[in-house]
Design a protein around this ligand. Sequence first.
Ligand code: AHM
Ligand code: MG
Length: 333
Amino acid sequence: MSRTSLSRFLIEQQRKAGTLPPDLRHLIETVARACKAISHSVNKGALAGILGEAGTGNVQGEAQKKLDVIANDVLLEANEWGGNLAAMASEEMELPYSIPDGLPRGRYLMLFDPLDGSSNIDVNISVGTIFSVLECDESVTGHPTEADFLQPGTRQVAAGYTVYGPQTMLVLTFGNGVYGFTLDRENGSFVLTHPEMKIPESTGEFAINMSNMRHWEAPVQRYVGELLAGKTGPLAKDYNMRWVASMVAEVHRILVRGGVFMYPKDARNPAKPGKLRLMYEGNPMAFIVEQAGGMATNGHQRILDIQPAALHERVAVFLGSKEEVARVTAYHN
Ligand code: AHM
Ligand code: MG
């Protein structure tokens, strides 16, 4: 059986006129290498003494796990030498990280959540890395600042995630479809196993943290109420529910077999539009989901159209199979 490695896939994309610039290809190769290293650490777990709390907090006031910090360091270290980035931003760092003077600088900006779903690490459930790539404006000559990152998701030139589950898989888009690669641990290469991933338009599966039900707004209460009502309700269908508490795992499940994922606004934090972060969770996942034929909104508008006002801005998320996301969005509007 002839296998397409990630490297071969990327070179082929580059050769198809104009679809993938060489520096973006290098950047993706570097990110993939970093994700392999993170995958090794995640797999070792307690054997390497890296489970548990790091004893520090991030800018959002969340306790960092040791593996959050390790994954962040791996991504920074791998990419600062690559020569393709002008700066990086991460869930784990308050401010953007500029490529140090003296190292080659490129024209891209990358944002990432180094280890998403990290409450799952200590209990051996899937976690993941999410990343989003933007172009740095040509007028920026010095070190990019937060303002240079504040571009809507429509400006992403690439996005992807790696899920560290029973298999480690890298899923990518450059804006012409979604491609999934499985890590072959024996030879250390990502192999194209899921070409042209497509989300089924309709679904019978939803994902939401039901324990927050009493805090949701009326349109979400109504929609989830209808899902729960099953065959005898207005949707005339029985639905199944899953909640991994790891967005990467939920989005991956939805890419493979359909479904709708929701993390709505919550009355406990009226000032925040949601829990998830727009720039390194909402946007890259929305780009991937749309490229796979699905839909992603904040209840009112397309996530990709939102003009961010801050690096760590939050967003309500409804994404997945078109029919369902369209329905819950219509209930809001
Ligand atoms: P994290 O980036 O701090 O790991 O938080 C994001 C995660 C998502 O992966 C997941 O969908 C959500 O938080 C789960 O939240 P909850 O524990 O409220 O169900
Ligand atoms: Mg996260």
